[in-house]
Design a protein around this ligand. Structure first.
Ligand code: SAH
Ligand code: SF4
Length: 407
């Protein structure tokens, strides 16, 4: 059944599309998936259906190409694999996309999808949100790593939703695949087999692990998905265009650089422990000193590979000139960029967004100290796709609340 959020209905320009009739349905049977397996696992899966050992690597490479270069989600389209084998694969495995419950398009072109994943084991189906943000010369996909979050940052809507479960590597990767399907970002079927597919002109150029959840509390699955996303024979997204954002899970930060090698963003938001303890409660476990030490040791850190520090601008909470000066002092010696995020309100939130002049003055201080300090333009607010506004459908907003916010 199609469920629409109907948020866009209040805004004549925003579109809400009940996408489920057009979208591929979740697989009826519970077959093991081939999406999200690394090459060795894919080769081993071939073994389980009787592919001889010396052919397994070659078959895995063929599948890799179909799954990640061509974006195929139907075995019958894999034309260089013998029909019998295709039938065997279809019998034993799934490569289906998750169900699209809803798709909304903001007046500014931002898209938000609500995806439903089938139950894992005895659990229930889960729903998560993924956001696409088109900009001049690039397109960023904001990917979720968990359903809900165990952390309770006081300014974040996701933080009010208890953790339901970690997403699997398949589910993390599927967000990229299905977004590219919907955007028409995979090469079309007429592209000759084996052709090099150019990376220019793509719609999804950047990935940010900034959707729902704390990616470093789901390290192994996030790592697996991002290594597949950056594989040069597959989706081929450059690691410089993949950014993982963490609220500060200090013990996993070094491994992120060593084992994933992506760009790092830190949700800083406060410059004193007593303030950060409230805004980002994980700070009580790993305070600023430990967090910044981990940042200084981030593998590959240089002026060409800076850490992004995210700082949400909360009126009268963390936005004074004194805070800006302390921020500059704290980050001394760390190649950094500071991303100032105007606070995005949600129903029941206890904070307000700093005034625009305040944000600009704050940015100037940081900028004069030599740091790039872009102010992030809120995107997709009309469809509740902006930072910190994501939350599962199970706890979706009531219309009354949305109207109050739309004000
Ligand atoms: N859990 C990770 C990644 C997801 S949150 C993390 O905390 O880093 C992605 C970014 O959105 C974080 O910087 C987060 O602090 C910010 N954010 C959360 N709620 C927000 C809100 N209401 N307004 C603006 N930014 C918000
Ligand atoms: Fe979780 Fe990040 Fe939100 Fe904090 S800001 S509650 S870590 S999603």
């Amino acid at each position: 059944m199609a469920i629409t959020l109907e948020i866009g209905r209040d805004n004549p320009n925003a579109q809400t599309i009940a996408a489920s009739s057009a979208a591929p349905k979740a697989p009826a049977e519970d077959k093991p998936t081939l999406i999200g397996l690394d090459r060795e696992e894919l080769a081993a899966a071939m073994g389980t259906i009787g592919v001889p050992e010396k052919q397994r690597r070659m078959r895995a490479a063929q599948l890799w190409h179909w799954l990640y270069v061509r974006g195929v989600s139907d075995f019958s389209l894999m034309t260089n694999i013998a029909k019998d084998l295709r039938a065997q694969l279809a019998e034993a495995f799934s490569i289906a996309r998750p169900e699209i419950v809803d798709e909304q398009i903001s007046v500014d072109g931002t898209r938000k999808w609500l995806f439903r994943f089938p139950p894992r084991g005895a659990g229930r189906p889960v729903e998560i949100e993924t956001v696409y943000i088109p900009e001049e010369g690039r397109g960023t996909l904001c990917v979720s790593s968990q359903v809900g979050c165990t952390l309770t940052c006081t300014f974040c809507h996701t933080g009010t939703q208890k953790l339901v479960r970690n997403l699997t590597s398949e589910e993390i990767l599927s967000q990229i695949l299905i977004a590219r399907d919907r955007l028409g970002d995979f090469p079309d079927a007429s592209t000759p087999q084996g052709a090099i597919v150019p990376s220019e002109g793509r719609l999804v150029t950047n990935i940010v692990m900034m959707g729902m959840g704390e990616p470093l509390y789901n390290f192994e699955n996030v790592k697996k998905a991002l290594l597949i996303a950056s594989d040069g024979d597959g989706l081929s997204l450059s690691k410089r265009r993949i950014t993982l954002s963490t609220s500060g899970v200090v013990p996993e930060i070094f491994r992120t650089g060593e084992e994933i090698g992506c760009m790092l963003a830190i949700s800083l938001h406060a410059v004193r422990d007593e303030d950060r303890d409230i805004l980002v409660p994980i700070n009580k476990k790993w305070p600023l000193k430990d967090l910044l030490e981990a940042c200084r040791n981030y593998p590959g850190l240089s002026n060409a590979k800076r850490i992004t520090f995210e700082y949400v601008m909360l009126k009268d909470i963390n936005d004074s000139n004194k805070d800006a000066l302390e921020l500059v002092r704290l980050l001394k010696g760390i190649p950094a960029k500071i991303n100032l995020i105007p606070f995005n309100p949600w129903p029941g939130s206890q904070y307000g967004c700093s005034d625009w002049e305040r944000i600009e003055e704050f940015a100037d201080i940081v900028n004069r100290a030599g740091y790039a300090s872009p102010i992030r333009t809120p995107r997709g607010r009309d469809i509740f796709a902006a930072c910190g506004q994501l939350k599962s459908a199970s706890e979706r907003m009531r219309k009354k609340d949305r109207d109050a916010l739309a004000g």
